[in-house]
Design a protein around this ligand. Structure first.
Ligand SMILES: Cc1cc2nc3c(=O)[nH]c(=O)nc-3n(C[C@H](O)[C@H](O)[C@H](O)COP(=O)(O)OP(=O)(O)OC[C@H]3O[C@@H](n4cnc5c(N)ncnc54)[C@H](O)[C@@H]3O)c2cc1C
Length: 447
């Protein structure tokens, strides 16, 4: 590859903080809230103009669609997101389960409010582009923004970028499937002009079941209701109205009394590397085209959608999978499916898997504990990794990538970072009983 050499230069330090969280999805937002609530100086840096990650940027509001009557759920900040959103008119009942469907736009305000109340120092429109290292220890990050290239120094850094950007830059071991084998990236969209009553009558007359889309289940999932929709796209393809190879099919999301379908998730792009700018560009543009084909098919073949109009696209491509660190422990499929218990638990998550065609729903009350070591990278100090890039094998990652589980690893990392700063010990050597005590005080269920 052709290269140029940048001249070395001094970079101004824009801020110093005790805990720095990079990325503000369910994981990063939870991490920053948890750390700040423990009383340490906390800064939250986000490359886009709002906090929330996939919730606000990719219209992924279904934070607990898995929840059933017998689910033993994680407590803590994820459930607080649902409650605050409900109180602030930023949520609808999720038609897919017993959770709240967070509204992509209103949740931006919920996140602002939570950040302000916790006293977090917010930085939006700020891209973290490199790790500042002193041998194996992260000292902070280099950022790029309209203010130019600047540094932020921190005593402990939490990588919640979803892509493990910082862990990668710091030289932590990670794994990444070939892009052809990764889960798709998606373009979600919203519509107005939907006759909700007519659409729901159609849905109830033609109900979808989980077995309509999941290739592998434990059997008990098969007859559960699902907001899956695929028929209109098949009909439009069969009629030659849209390309036969367009990857369309998914969930119709939320509906409002104002005739809106708020987050239709049916347009997917396969083989996308979300750490590659060329792939991102292509998928953004192709995704919008696919969403328009989907809308065409919905209008023609779906009762209630005849007069639907596009109102919004996601503001950024919805990414599901890229780098995962290889941490001090790698969570396994066996752990998730066999109620694993760990002495270093930082929270629990129900026995719920959804990815690679396999779905296990938490209808039994079974759950596993989430070990601290999956947020702890090997080799690199002063760094924790939360969210979808925690240390997990492929199948186990279809549990850890779930937004509620991202809030568990985020809150655990945030509290651990605060304990590390206060005790002035590396994250690797924090007192686990102290971390667990603080998490319990914050409403997290550890056992
Ligand atoms: C279409 C779609 C549907 C989904 N459906 C569901 C569902 O129904 N239920 C569910 O639980 N999960 C679902 N998921 C998965 C879920 O959304 C993700 O796994 C989850 O959001 C990951 O959370 P996170 O905090 O790790 O990362 P993200 O939500 O991806 O947030 C990462 C944040 O970091 C920021 N960032 C990234 N790099 C940098 C950088 N270098 N500097 C500064 N900021 C940076 C990003 O802008 C973003 O705000 C879905 C995903 C998609 C795409």
């Amino acid at each position: 590859m052709k290269e140029v050499t940048e001249p070395s230069r001094a970079v101004p330090v824009m801020a110093e903080t005790e805990v720095l969280v990079v990325g503000s999805g369910p994981a990063g937002l939870s991490a920053a809230l948890a750390a700040a609530r423990e009383g340490v100086d906390t800064m939250l840096v986000e490359r886009h103009g709002c906090f929330g990650g996939n919730i606000t940027q990719a219209m992924v509001g279904t934070i607990a669609w898995y929840r059933s009557e017998r689910t033993v759920d994680a407590g803590g900040i994820g459930v607080e997101f649902e409650r605050r959103a409900l109180e602030m008119g930023a949520a609808l009942d999720d038609p897919d389960g017993q959770g709240q469907l967070l509204d992509a736009d209103m949740f931006k305000v919920v996140a602002d409010r939570l950040v302000q109340e916790a006293g977090i120092v917010p930085v939006l429109h700020c891209f973290s582009v490199d790790a500042i290292m002193d041998e194996d220890a992260v000292q902070g990050v280099i950022t790029e923004s309209k203010s130019g290239r600047q540094a932020i120094l921190a005593r402990c850094v939490i990588d919640a970028t979803g892509d493990a950007d910082l862990a990668f830059q710091a030289g932590a071991p990670y794994s990444m499937l070939p892009k052809e084998k990764r889960m798709p990236a998606s373009t979600t969209f919203g519509c107005s002009g939907v006759d909700v009553e007519e659409f729901l009558a159609y849905v109830h007359a033609n109900p979808s079941r989980l077995s309509d889309w999941a290739r592998k289940t434990s059997g008990k999932e098969d007859d559960l209701f699902s907001t899956w929709i695929a028929e209109p796209f098949k009909r439009a393809k069969d009629a030659g109205e849209i390309p036969a190879d367009a990857t369309l099919g998914g969930y119709w999301g939320g509906l409002t009394d104002a005739g809106e379908a708020t987050n239709i998730n049916v347009a997917h792009s396969l083989g996308v590397d979300t750490t590659d700018v060329w792939d991102l560009t292509k998928a953004e543009m192709e995704g919008r085209q696919k969403a328009l084909w989907a809308l065409e098919a919905l209008k023609k073949y779906t009762p209630g959608f005849q007069k639907a109009r596009l109102r919004s696209f996601n503001s950024s491509l919805g990414a599901r999978e890229s780098r995962r660190i290889v941490g001090e422990y790698v969570l396994t499929e066996h752990d998730v499916k066999n109620e694993a218990r760990f002495a270093d638990s930082i929270g629990i998550f129900p026995e719920f898997l959804d990815a690679y065609g396999e779905v296990i729903m938490p209808t039994t009350g079974r759950y596993f504990q989430v070990p601290y070591r999956i947020v702890l990278p090997q080799r690199v100090e002063n760094l924790l990794v939360a969210g979808r890039s925690v240390s997990a094998e492929k199948v186990a990652s279809s549990a850890t990538r779930q937004m509620m589980c991202c809030t568990v690893t985020g809150q655990g990392a945030g509290v651990a970072a605060s304990v590390s700063v206060r005790a002035d010990v590396p994250c690797r050597r924090v007192s686990l009983p102290e971390v667990q005590k603080a998490l319990a005080r914050q409403g997290v269920r550890i056992e």
